[in-house]
Design a binder for this molecule. Sequence first.
Ligand SMILES: [Zn+2]
Length: 451
Amino acid sequence: MKVSFCGACREVTGSCILIETESEKFLVDCGLFQDDRSKMKNAYRFPFDPLEIDFVLLTHAHTDHCGRLPKLVKDGFCGNIYATPATIDLAEQMMLDSAKVFLSNEDINPIYFSSDIEATMNFFSPVSYGQEYSINKNIRIRLCDAGHILGSAIFEVWVKEKGKETKLVFTGDLGNANAPIVKDTEFIDGADYVFIESTYGLEKHETREIGRKKLREEILETIKEKGVLVIPVFALERTQEMIFELRNLFESGGVRKIPVFLDSPLAVRVTDIYKKYTNLFDDDIKRIVKHKKDDVFNFDSFKMVRKKGDSIKFQRVQNPKIIMAGSGMCNGGRVLEHLKNNLPIRNNRLFIISFQVEGSLGRSLAEGEKNIIIGEKKVKVRSSVNTTRAFSSHADFPKISDWLSKIKNPHPCNVFVIHGEEENSINMANKLKESYKINTIVPEYGKYYEL
Ligand SMILES: [Zn+2]
């Protein structure tokens, strides 16, 4: 069997792996390239014929994993797309948002339209966690909870060729330790080949306790300075976690309650989907949902901006206040308006809690850039800017290393290290090789590898 990488190798976005067995061709993920250096690859022809792809395995609903599916369908793919029911609902919203971004940006040639998304939705085939599913006589799959975002899955894939079975494991993105909403990452018994993410390389994240302490300090300072605290958020998972963290902080009396606005129509729609899948939540949060029978994504000083006019109304609300808005990397969306209005003012604050891809505005701000350009406007950053990785929804190195060490029956002989900036992937591959005496490969875009 042959594997080639059509994205997310030596970079973070554009996840798409092609597996060619003696009788089938399938993809794992088909994501959009989202960083500035590789965005042009979204418009490229796929390095395979979409008509020849038998099926797709979709690990989760982040755009860098699902965002090229409508293009795949538009270009001729007509097989099943296997994913959890939550991923299917979330992916629809994420793809619709991408189509909207294409249309609202004159510099981008849309690679698909909402009608292509409608067509794509017909190809989804739901598979639940833990259930073994035979795709055909040669291939069976099982999905385990990756603990990354709602619905995220690790795919175990058994491929039979010439009477011999080989087990491949695709991690998708692996979740951070002690995430409050989603369950913990499940362990895998054994694998011949593992395809593992490396978003954070060898980094060790701050603990959630430190993150919570920092969040509390940000709010206390905002109250003291009568300022605005802007928190850029990803619509998916980070928003819901942040609502939950703020709710806990206010309700425990940790800080005085101040108005909080969520200004992201996508995040509002995604939060509604989260409410539909409380059965997938971690036990701790499930207990709260059951006992208090209340909505964990709400509290009295919290407002979701559902209409554009509301955004302006909320901006007029007296300080201190908190504004959460997308996009999480500040490279588009309503957060730009809030940055433009609030960064030039000394007593305001910006708190960056998400991964910032190279080249994004969020990355420049996190690295301390004081002169930025938003649209055509030059903006001077006078507000304070702080960051934390404690709320990341990605595993750090200690967690990835521990997760990999538990795969024993068999221990994988080869590990492909993907979904990371080049240096991070190489460092992780070297460290894993040294620790576990396994062969690690940092694959290259467009190259194929014989398994
Ligand atoms: Zn992800």
